[in-house]
Design a protein around this ligand. Structure first.
Ligand code: ATP
Length: 437
C-alpha cells in the first residue's frame, strides 16, 4: 500500500516530514516500509506553510492487515496535526496494492503529479482521480491536504518505476527531542563548515559560503533539527557523522524531487499565468535599476512571437545575485528562470546567452591617434587637427565584468525545488556554469 500525507503543520509547529518519520518507524512492525518520499509541489501556492512539501511511503503488509494500518495512520495524523491552526487541513491518500491497477493508472497519476508541481489545482481535481481510481482517503477540516497527499503518492508510483525520467535527490532529516521543540537549536557551527567542506558537491545547500551562513537548519519552532541534502547517500551520512549537535529524537532519509527544477515550464504558446514558474528566452530591453528595498528590476523582450516584454526582479534576499543582474545591459541575450507573480518574473537563475559586448565609439584619427569629432548628423567623423575623415564609428569589444553562462541565487535564497547549478556541473552539462555557494 502506498500512503501520501500533506498539510499537517503550521508556522507555529510540527512538520509533515516528522509525522512521516514517526509513522515509518511505527509501521515497521506491520511490514517492510520503503524509503519515504518528500515532494516539493508548486512553490507559488499561496496557502503553503513553507516549502510546499508533501510526503509518501510504501508499506508491504499482509492481506487483511490494511485496515489496521490505515487506522494507525489516521490516529497519528489526527493526533499530531496542528488542527487548531486555520491553515492546517490534513489529507491522506491510500493506494492499495494492485500492481496491474497501478500500471493502468500511471498516466493519470503522472498528469496529477506534474500539475501539482507546476499548476494550481483544486480539491475537485484530486477527488476526480480518487473516485475514478477507487482510492481510499482521509481528511480533516477542509481536507485541502488531499491534493498534496495524492501528488506525493503519485510521485512514489512514478519515480520508483522510472527513476531516470524523474530526477531525484536525497535529504537526511534529523529531528529534535520533544522537550527541546521551540528552544534555540544547538548545532556546532564549526563542525557544519567542516562537514560541508568534506562532502561538497555531493552534498549541497548545507552552508552559504558567500553569505557566511548555515542554511540547513530552520529557525522555526518545528521538530526539524537539520536536513542534509545531496546526490550521494554515502556523502550525506558522512556529513551527518561529522556534525556535532544536540541529541536527536530520530532521523529519516527521504528520496525527494528537491534540487531538480521540475517546477519550471517551457511555455508552448499558452498564455503566461501568475503562480506558475517558467523558463523564458529574450533580450534585455531596459537597463537593470535598483528600487526601494534593494530589489533590482529590468525587462526583457521575449523571443517568442507576440509575447511582448516581461518585467524581471531579483529580490534583496538574493544578495550577490543582484550584482550579476546589475551588470546586464540592453541587447544582452538571456534566458530567465523563475516564478511569475503579479506579472513579474521572480528570478531564480539566468543564463547569459549572448553578451552585447560590442560598443561603438567615435573613430580614432590614423595620423594623431585622437578621437575624431562628429562632422554633423550622418556626415561621418573628422579630426579637427589633421583634417582626416572616417564615415563610421569604431566597434570595440568591452569587458563587461560578466561572462556568458548560467548564474543562480545563493543557497540562502534558494527554493527547495530549484536545481543548484553545481548539480548540472556534476552531470557534465556542456555550458559555462557559475555556481553560487
Ligand atoms: P511544510 O513545507 O512545512 O510541510 P507546506 O509549505 O508544505 O508546509 P502545507 O501546509 O502542506 O504547506 O500547505 C500546502 C497546501 O497546498 C496543501 O493543502 C496542499 O494540498 C496544497 N497544494 C499543494 N500543491 C498544490 C497545487 N499545485 N495546487 C493547489 N493546491 C496545492
Amino acid at each position: 500500500m502506498i500512503v501520501g500525507i500533506d498539510d499537517t503543520d503550521s508556522r507555529k509547529g510540527m512538520c509533515t516530514t516528522y509525522l512521516c518519520a514517526v509513522l515509518v518507524d511505527e509501521l515497521r512492525k506491520y511490514g517492510e516500509v520503503s524509503t519515504p518520499r518528500l515532494v516539493r509541489l508548486n512553490p507559488c501556492i499561496p496557502f503553503k506553510t513553507r516549502g510546499n512539501g508533501a510526503v509518501s511511503f510504501e508499506i508491504r503488509i499482509a492481506k487483511g492487515e490494511e485496515e489496521k494500518v490505515k487506522e494507525v495512520i489516521k490516529v497519528r495524523v489526527s493526533e499530531l496535526s496542528e488542527l487548531s491552526e486555520e491553515e492546517t487541513n490534513p489529507g491522506v491518500v491510500f493506494i492499495d496494492n494492485d500492481t496491474k491497477k497501478e500500471n493502468d493508472n500511471k498516466s493519470m497519476l503522472k498528469n496529477f503529479y506534474e500539475d501539482a508541481v507546476r499548476e494550481v489545482l483544486t480539491l475537485e481535481d484530486a477527488y476526480v482521480i480518487i473516485s475514478n481510481l477507487h482510492f481510499d482517503y482521509f481528511g480533516l477540516k477542509n481536507k485541502r491536504g488531499i491534493i498534496g497527499a495524492l501528488a506525493a503518492a503519485s510521485f512514489l508510483v512514478l519515480q520508483k518505476s522510472k527513476p531516470d525520467y524523474y530526477d531525484f535527490t536525497y535529504e537526511l532529516m534529523a529531528y529534535r527531542r520533544k522537550e527541546r521543540w521551540g528552544t534555540t537549536r544547538f548545532i556546532d557551527e564549526a563542525s557544519v563548515w567542516k562537514a560541508d567542506a568534506a562532502t561538497y558537491p555531493l552534498t549541497w545547500d548545507t552552508v552559504d559560503v558567500a553569505n557566511k551562513e548555515i542554511v540547513f537548519a530552520p529557525h522555526s519552532p518545528c521538530p526539524v533539527l537539520f536536513g542534509i541534502r545531496g546526490d550521494s547517500v554515502d556523502a550525506i551520512y558522512k556529513t551527518y557523522e561529522l556534525i556535532d549537535a544536540e541529541p536527536e529524537e530520530r532521523n529519516m532519509l527521504f528520496i525527494t524531487n528537491q534540487g531538480t527544477d521540475f517546477h519550471l515550464i517551457r511555455p508552448y504558446k499558452e498564455k503566461l499565468q501568475d503562480y506558475h514558474s517558467y523558463i523564458l528566452d529574450g533580450v534585455v530591453s531596459s537597463s537593470p535599476r535598483t528600487i526601494e528595498g534593494g530589489h533590482v528590476v529590468f525587462s526583457i523582450s521575449l523571443s517568442e512571437k507576440n509575447r511582448g516584454t516581461i518585467e524581471c526582479i531579483a529580490y534583496e534576499p538574493t544578495k550577490g545575485f543582484r550584482d550579476i543582474i546589475r551588470k546586464l545591459q540592453v541587447g544582452d541575450g538571456i534566458t530567465v528562470f523563475g516564478a511569475l507573480k503579479k506579472e513579474t518574473l521572480n528570478l531564480e537563475k539566468i543564463e547569459v546567452m549572448k553578451l552585447n559586448n560590442v560598443a561603438e565609439r567615435n573613430p580614432r584619427c590614423d595620423k594623431c591617434g585622437r578621437r575624431m569629432k562628429s562632422a554633423g548628423r550622418q556626415q561621418g567623423y573628422r579630426c579637427k587637427r589633421c583634417g582626416t575623415f572616417k564615415a563610421d564609428k569604431d566597434k570595440v569589444i568591452v569587458d563587461r565584468g560578466i561572462e556568458e553562462g548560467l548564474y543562480e541565487v545563493p543557497p540562502v535564497a534558494r527554493r527547495h525545488i530549484s536545481k543548484p547549478l553545481i548539480r548540472m556541473r556534476m552531470e557534465g552539462a556542456d555550458k559555462e556554469i557559475h555556481p553560487s555557494r
